[in-house]
Structures are given as structure tokens and as C-alpha cells.
Design a protein. Structure first.
Length: 167
């Protein structure tokens, strides 16, 4: 809960959300539920059209890219009811997808913000009565991992202006 209840703060030790299973390799993507290659479909939310340059045929945009997947190669704990944001440490030990964008003017894009969080489901395993930590365990196969990145960028765009300004 990120609030210390013990004088020495030790209650906040070992608060990682991710519990990797033996043999987990963060450089390998998870498989889909059928055992095939994982296919991700991005959601792109256009938040602002900053400018349109008819002469250079470019458009400057602000947008958010969202990718969701599940990974059955680890379990989760310390989840909140809706979203649990991952710490830098947890982010560094799990697989995250790499992707590219095309039609960038000059090949440059600016990443403004990155968030990785877990959308919590209610598929939970109660702790064993002998478990000192009493942590509820959530399977990675039932909880979405969400990568949300906000960008600004200038894109080349073929603007058909033959009927301008009436198109």
C-alpha cells in the first residue's frame, strides 16, 4: 500500500507485484491462450491534431498507443481493485512489446509518458493458512497487462488537394 506501518519501514519490503515462474525469460514473448504466437492489436487514441502543413504534406499529432496482453508465465500479488501500476523494478523484469511507427517525418517521434499497469480481474487464489505473508495470488493468464504510451510526432501524409479548399 506504499504506506509504512512499521517503525523501520520493513512492511514495504518485498512488495513486488510480479512473481515470475521458474524458467521465465523476459526476452521471449508469451504465447496466446491456444499456444500460438501472441498477436497484439494496438488501440490508438488521437488526442490532438497540433498542425497540418499543406506545403510539406505533414501533420503533427498527439496520440496514445495502448497494447494489452496476458502472460501465464508469472503470477501477481498486491493488486488493487481496478488498476495496479507497475514499479520500475517490476517493469524491468517482464516482457514488453517493441513496435515501430512508419511515415514519421525525419524518423523522429517523442515519447511523452509511459505507463504499465495491471487491469485486475477477480480470478484470485486465497493464501494458505500457513503462509506468513497472506498475499492473494492472481494468475497472469487472467489479468491484462496494459502498456500505454503517449507520443507527439510529425507524420508525412499524402494530402490530395486537387479540389482544395472544397475537398
Amino acid at each position: 500500500n506504499l504506506a509504512t506501518e512499521c517503525d523501520d519501514g520493513s512492511d514495504e519490503d518485498n512488495c513486488s507485484v510480479i512473481m515470475r515462474h521458474p524458467g521465465y525469460r523476459s526476452y521471449l514473448p508469451p504465447l496466446d491462450p491456444k499456444g500460438s504466437t501472441l498477436k497484439l492489436t494496438p488501440t490508438v487514441i488521437l488526442t490532438r491534431v497540433a498542425s497540418i502543413n499543406e506545403k510539406d504534406m505533414t501533420v503533427s499529432l498527439e496520440f496514445i498507443v495502448i497494447l494489452k496482453w496476458r502472460d501465464d508465465r508469472f503470477s501477481l500479488k498486491h493488486l488493487t481493485q481496478k488498476k495496479t501500476f507497475l514499479s520500475k523494478e517490476d517493469r524491468s523484469i517482464i516482457w514488453t512489446p517493441d513496435y515501430q511507427m512508419s511515415d514519421l517525418e525525419g524518423g523522429h517521434i517523442h515519447l511523452v509518458e509511459t505507463e504499465i499497469y495491471i487491469n485486475t480481474s477477480y480470478s484470485v487464489t486465497q493464501p494458505n493458512v500457513n503462509d506468513l505473508s497472506m498475499d492473494k495470488i492472481y494468475p497472469g493468464s487472467s489479468n491484462d497487462i496494459v502498456l500505454q504510451e503517449k507520443y507527439t510526432g510529425k507524420f508525412t501524409c499524402l494530402l490530395e488537394l486537387h479540389a482544395y479548399p472544397f475537398d
